[in-house]
Design a protein around this ligand. Structure first.
Ligand code: PMT
Length: 220
């Protein structure tokens, strides 16, 4: 059994990729399987937390005994998180949220026309950033999926999105990032680098990350 570091805490974990629809049969998404978010939810429960998962598109199996709310787009995920935000003491944004969505969602299947097709995309809501602006007691944990300059972008995201902790993964590294059972992360808090972890199971990453978070949380 794990130490009950999150006893009595309400924790929300987002997992998987958002789905941004173009028409009834087509959409933009990404390679997130949900494994990282589900591992965090499982570990949080084992540490005594009351856990809720808000999941986009996933291929992995969610942990047993944790309630899962399924959502589609970034906007849907934002609304679902907002419904539970007030009472939560920690939010972990492990989901891969689309930064852009098709400007229009066609009500009927788009017809094939000319030789080229231009898609217009517009920005989605940045869930983490808007919660960073309105947080009171909540401990906010963000992720950063990077392909280069991990340290620089991670610190910049932690600041801009007003996170308490940030977990950065280099998604080009073997055994790290999307779809794998393992990950290799750097964990930052507001003072800088906390831990630099080698490749290990996502379950172990989750335990390390939540242990570091629990040690930094206030009484909320
Ligand atoms: O699901 P798996 O297959 O196990 O893969 C795990 C993972 C690679 C998806 C995960 O470890 C990870 O890195 N998740 C974050 C992916 C991401 O969207 O990273 P980002 O650097 O683009 O975004 C930074 C942070 O802002 C993230 O916490 C993200 O959830 C959040 N965000 C991003 C855009 C947006 N519109 N709203 C957000 O809240």
């Amino acid at each position: 059994a794990l130490p009950q570091l999150l006893q009595g805490r309400k924790v929300i974990v987002t997992a998987g990729g958002t789905v941004e629809r173009l028409d009834p049969v087509r959409y933009i998404t990404n390679d997130s399987s949900g494994k990282m978010g589900f591992a965090i939810a499982r570990a949080a429960r084992q540490m005594g937390a009351d856990v809720r998962i808000i999941a986009g598109n996933t291929t992995a199996a969610p942990p047993e005994g944790v309630s899962v709310e399924k959502v589609g787009s970034a906007q849907d995920m934002y609304e679902a998180v907002m419904r539970h935000w007030e009472e939560c003491s920690m939010l972990v944004m492990a989901a891969a949220v689309a930064d852009y969505r098709p400007k229009e969602e066609a009500p009927t299947k788009l017809k094939k026309q000319g030789d080229t097709l231009q898609l217009e995309l517009v920005k989605t809501v940045d869930i983490l950033e808007s919660l960073g602006q309105r947080k009171t007691k909540q401990f906010l944990v963000g992720f950063a999926a990077e392909t280069d300059q991990l340290d620089r972008y991670a610190r910049e995201k932690l600041e801009r999105k007003n996170c308490d902790m940030l977990v950065a993964n280099d998604v080009t590294m073997e055994g790290a990032g999307f779809g794998t059972d393992t990950n290799a992360v750097h964990i930052y808090d507001r003072n800088g680098l906390v831990e630099q972890l080698p490749v290990m199971s996502k379950d172990e990453v989750a335990r390390r990350l939540l242990t570091a978070a629990a040690a930094r949380m206030g009484g909320a």
